[in-house]
Design a protein around this ligand. Structure first.
Ligand SMILES: CC(C)(COP(=O)(O)OP(=O)(O)OC[C@H]1O[C@@H](n2cnc3c(N)ncnc32)[C@H](O)[C@@H]1OP(=O)(O)O)[C@@H](O)C(=O)NCCC(=O)NCCS
Length: 173
C-alpha cells in the first residue's frame, strides 16, 4: 500500500524520450480503441468495476498504457482500506507488452499525480504484489513509499489476512 509522498510533483520522468503522449482518457475514445485493438482486461475496468477516471499513454499515437483511478465511491482493491475524501487509489496499471521499458508508465503516473493534485487529491494509494518487481520498482521510482504489507493465505478454504504496518497509517474499517 503506497501513498505518494505529499507534495511530490513531476513534469515527467527525466528518462522519457521518444514519441510518448499522455492524457486523461475519455470513455468514448477507449471504446473506439477496444473496437480496433485487442486489449487485455485492465482496459475494461469501466465495464468490470464501473470505474470512469483513467489516464492513457500513447506511443507514436498507438494506445500503449492505461491506469485507472478509484475514489471512495468504489470498493478498494483491499477490503480494509476505506478511501476518504481527497484520497484515491491508482489501480489496474498496464503497459502493453510491446511498449514496456520505454518509460510509458513513469510518464503517465507523473502526469496523473500532477493532475490528481490539481484536482485536490492529497493522498494516492496503490496496491502491488510484492513479487511484481516491475510494478513495485515503478511505483517506488515514481515517489511512492511502502506503508503496509498484506499477506493472505487460504487454509482449508478459509482466508487468513495479516497486515503489517511499515510506515504511517491509513484509514481502516
Ligand atoms: C508494471 C508495468 C505497468 C510497468 O510499465 P512500463 O511502462 O514498462 O514501466 P516503465 O518503463 O515506465 O518503467 C518504470 C520503472 O519501473 C521499473 N521497471 C519497469 N519494468 C521493470 C522490470 N521488468 N523489472 C524491474 N523493474 C522494472 C523500473 O524502475 C523503471 O524505471 P527505469 O527503467 O528507469 O529503471 C508493466 O510492466 C505492466 O504493464 N505489467 C503487467 C501489468 C501489471 O503487472 N500491472 C501492475 C499491477 S499493480
Amino acid at each position: 500500500m503506497l501513498p505518494a509522498a505529499s507534495g511530490w510533483q513531476s513534469n515527467g520522468h527525466p528518462g522519457v524520450s521518444g514519441p510518448v503522449k499522455v492524457r486523461r482518457g475519455r470513455l468514448e475514445e477507449l471504446r473506439r480503441w477496444r473496437e480496433t485493438v485487442k486489449l487485455p482486461p485492465d482496459f475494461f475496468e469501466d465495464l468490470t468495476h464501473e470505474l470512469q477516471w483513467f489516464y492513457l499513454g500513447f506511443w507514436n499515437e498507438e494506445i500503449a498504457h492505461i491506469q485507472w483511478i478509484a475514489d471512495g465511491e468504489r470498493p478498494c482493491t483491499v477490503s480494509n482500506l476505506v478511501l476518504q475524501p481527497g484520497e484515491v487509489e491508482i489501480r489496474n496499471v498496464h503497459t502493453l507488452a510491446k511498449f514496456r521499458r520505454k518509460h510509458l508508465y513513469s510518464h503517465v503516473v507523473a502526469f496523473a499525480i500532477n493532475d490528481l493534485q490539481s484536482s485536490g487529491i492529497k493522498t494516492i494509494y496503490a496496491h502491488v504484489n510484492t513479487g511484481n518487481k516491475a510494478s513495485l520498482n515503478g511505483f517506488l521510482a515514481a515517489g511512492f513509499r511502502s506503508i503496509e504489507r498484506i499477506t493472505t493465505r487460504r487454509v482449508l478454504g478459509v482466508d487468513w489476512i495479516k497486515h503489517e504496518i511499515l510506515l504511517g497509517s491509513a484509514q481502516r474499517m
